[in-house]
Design a protein around this ligand. Structure first.
Ligand SMILES: Nc1nc2c(ncn2[C@@H]2O[C@H](COP(=O)(O)OP(=O)(O)OP(=O)(O)O)[C@@H](O)[C@H]2O)c(=O)[nH]1
Ligand SMILES: [Mg+2]
Length: 359
């Protein structure tokens, strides 16, 4: 799973990225105009606990890939403009996080000169909307020609869908709010539409702007055409805290009134937003968390571990994490009747411990 950090120049993307990936902020590296990629472990206390119990050779957490994309700058004509390299970087992601600046700092220029989070969000939304609209205008023209040439049922179904998307975009609404069905989403899946990507807006506050928090968020929500998930965070403070050891970090977080770190908030929200959950495999060699989409069957989950497990699937042995913790061993789980053998259609639950039986 790939998540892109997107925004205007100097909004705090690299500072957040370094907080997520526990790297030191290097101003020279941060100034380079290239996308940086980091694989970030998904923290999971349940997995930590399983590792304590099984004492395996290694623990493997689920991971998310974060892409730190260079921000949009003021051009020579004195305007912030979207570029094709920026769009290409954005397209590749499964979900987007807009990193929006609320912090005030005269030494860090804002590319639009003033701090105005609502304007910055609307700027990105409008540009992405126009991108999707332009895509559909070309696509519809091509579809009409192709439908005349060949009698393709799929193309015929795509045309009204494309037209529906255009009407929605023309009302200045992002496609993620259109409530498309599974089938419709499948038809669009090859197109990397920007306003269809799940979105979180992370607003970067500083110590001085903390008390404006309620006002800022309500001003944004009242003026946007879309219901958006917000994550307020403090890039600079949280970056500094991420460099401390766990205990100091906890006590400083309490001092600042930060209940959940930006890292945990972002990962939790991403999981929820993308409809993801985790299952575990355990053993002497490794205890591991695997990421699946909600609703995956046991066979699909087996396929995440290995395609052979999908093809040669027989049954899954299943115990839920909470049952395992309650009873303390697989044998005791069997006695209690919470250890089950499930077939390929079984829907895996977040926190299931699986052992796949295969040929
Ligand atoms: N005062 C203050 N400075 C911040 C905050 N967040 C980031 N900065 C500073 O702003 C500057 C730019 O931060 P980056 O994280 O590199 O910004 P960016 O969004 O990655 O910028 P580009 O990659 O150029 O688009 C750095 O000097 C940061 O230390 C903040 O919350 N408060
Ligand atoms: Mg950066």
């Amino acid at each position: 799973m790939q998540i892109g950090l997107v925004g205007l120049q100097f909004s705090g993307k690299t500072t957040l990225f370094n907080t997520l990936s526990l790297q030191e902020y290097d101003p020279e590296l941060a100034a380079k105009e290239e996308t940086k990629i980091e694989v970030v472990k998904v923290p999971d206390e349940r997995l930590d606990h399983l590792t304590e119990l099984f004492n395996p050779k290694k623990q493997v957490n689920a991971v998310i890939e974060f892409f730190d994309i260079p921000g949009l700058k003021m051009s020579e004509e004195g305007k912030v403009k979207i570029t094709s390299s920026f769009l290409n970087n954005v397209k590749n992601n499964d979900a987007l996080i807009y990193v929006i600046r609320q912090f005030d700092d005269e030494t860090v220029p804002h590319p639009m000169n003033t701090v105005d989070p609502l304007r910055d969000i609307q700027f990105l939304e409008t540009e992405f909307l126009l991108h999707d609209l332009a895509f559909f205008e070309n696509r519809i023209e091509k579809l009409k020609k192709d439908i005349q040439k060949m009698k393709d049922e799929k193309l015929k179904r795509e045309l009204p869908l494309a037209e529906k998307c255009v009407s929605f975009l023309e009302e200045e609404k992002p496609l993620r709010d259109l409530g498309l069905s599974e089938d419709e989403l499948k038809l669009l899946s090859g197109y990397q539409l920007l306003t269809l990507k799940p979105l979180v807006v992370a607003v970067n506050f500083d110590e001085n702007s903390m008390d404006k928090f309620e006002n800022v968020i309500s001003n944004i929500t009242q003026n946007l055409n879309s219901e958006i998930n917000f994550i307020p965070f403090f890039a600079k403070i949280e970056y500094e805290l991420s460099l401390l050891d766990a205990e100091d970090r906890k006590s400083f977080m309490q001092d600042y009134g930060i209940e959940i770190s930006a890292k945990d908030k972002i990962i939790q929200t991403a999981y929820k937003l993308l409809g993801l959950s985790s299952f575990f495999t355990v053993g002497e060699d490794e205890c591991r968390a695997w990421t699946i989409k909600n609703g995956y069957t046991a066979q699909q989950a087996a396929g995440v571990i290995h395609t052979d497990f999908f093809n040669k699937f027989i049954r899954a042995e299943v115990v839920h994490y909470s049952d395992y913790i309650q009873y303390g061993s697989f044998a005791k789980c069997k006695d209690a009747g919470v250890w089950r053998l499930e077939g390929k259609e079984y829907q895996v639950k977040d926190g299931d411990i699986l052992n796949i039986r295969h040929n």
